[in-house]
Design a binder for this molecule. Structure first.
Ligand SMILES: Cc1cc2cn([C@H]3C[C@H](O)[C@@H](CO)O3)c(=O)nc2[nH]1
Length: 219
C-alpha cells in the first residue's frame, strides 16, 4: 500500500488541454468517498453579473482576455481555498495552468497586450507569496491536439465553436513544456501522466491501475 503524506489533506489538480477528458476523469473519482471534486467554475465565467466573459474572450481576446483571466484567477483561488471536508481534494485545473498555459498562450500569440500580462503576473506573484495554494499532485491527461479537437467539436460548447486546431496545438505545447519537459516553470508536486488519447473504457482501466498513485499520492 502507499503511505498518505503526513499532512491531513491532499490536493490533486487534473490538468490537460481543452477536450482532453477531464470531466470524465473527475466523474470517475466523484464516486470515491474520500475525494471531494471541485470542477472548473465555467458557469461563473459564463455569467458574471450577467456577462458571458468566456464568450467575450473568445470573440475578442485582445480586448477581453485580461478581464476573463483575472476572473478565472479569482474563481480558481476560491476553489483552492474552499474549506476541505474529505481527505483528498481534486481540482479541475489550477491557478498554475491558468498562468503557465492559458495566460502564457494568450500572451505569446499576441492576444494579450504586454501591460495586461504584466499586471496578471504581479497578481500571480502576490498570490503565490501570500496565499497558501496547496498542490501535492498533478494528474496530466495527455492527449494529442487532434483528439482534443474532435472531442471539443463533439461536445459543441457554444463559446468554443470558433476555436481552431492550432489554438489546441499551442496549448498542448505549453502543457508539455510545463508538465513533461519542465523547462520553463517549476512544477508544484508530483506529476502522474495518463494517456488521454484512450477511449473511455481503456482510460478507466488506466485510472484504476493508477488509482493508488493518484489518491494516496505516494511519490
Ligand atoms: C485555469 C484556467 C482554466 C481555463 C479555461 N479556459 C477556457 C478553455 C475552455 O474553452 C473553457 C473551459 O475550460 O475555458 C481558459 O481560456 N482559460 C483558463 N484558465
Amino acid at each position: 500500500i502507499c503511505k498518505l503524506p503526513k499532512q491531513e489533506t491532499f490536493t490533486v489538480a487534473v490538468e490537460g488541454n481543452i477536450g482532453c477528458g477531464k470531466s470524465t476523469f473527475l466523474e470517475y473519482f466523484k464516486s470515491s468517498n474520500n475525494v471531494e471534486v471541485r470542477s472548473e467554475p465555467v458557469d461563473l465565467w459564463k455569467n458574471v453579473g450577467g456577462w458571458n466573459s468566456l464568450e467575450l474572450m473568445y470573440k475578442d481576446a485582445k480586448r477581453w482576455s485580461l478581464a476573463f483571466q483575472s476572473y478565472v484567477q479569482l474563481t480558481m483561488l476560491q476553489q483552492h481555498h474552499k474549506p476541505q471536508v474529505k481527505p483528498v481534494k481534486m481540482l479541475e485545473r489550477s491557478v498554475f495552468s491558468a498562468r503557465f498555459c492559458f495566460v502564457e498562450n494568450l500572451y505569446r500569440s499576441g492576444c494579450m497586450p504586454a501591460v495586461d500580462h504584466a499586471i496578471l503576473e504581479e497578481w500571480y506573484q502576490w498570490i503565490l507569496a501570500n496565499q497558501t495554494v496547496q498542490l501535492d499532485l498533478i494528474v496530466y491527461l495527455r492527449a494529442d491536439p487532434c483528439t482534443c479537437y474532435e472531442r471539443l467539436k463533439k461536445r459543441n460548447r457554444q463559446e468554443e465553436t470558433g476555436v481552431p486546431l492550432d489554438y489546441l496545438e499551442a496549448l498542448h505545447q505549453l502543457h508539455e513544456d510545463w508538465l513533461i519537459h519542465q523547462r520553463l516553470f517549476k512544477v508544484p508536486g508530483h506529476v502522474v501522466v495518463l494517456d488521454a488519447n484512450k477511449n473511455l473504457v481503456e482510460l478507466q482501466k488506466e485510472m484504476e491501475e493508477k488509482r493508488q498513485e493518484i489518491l494516496c499520492g505516494y511519490f
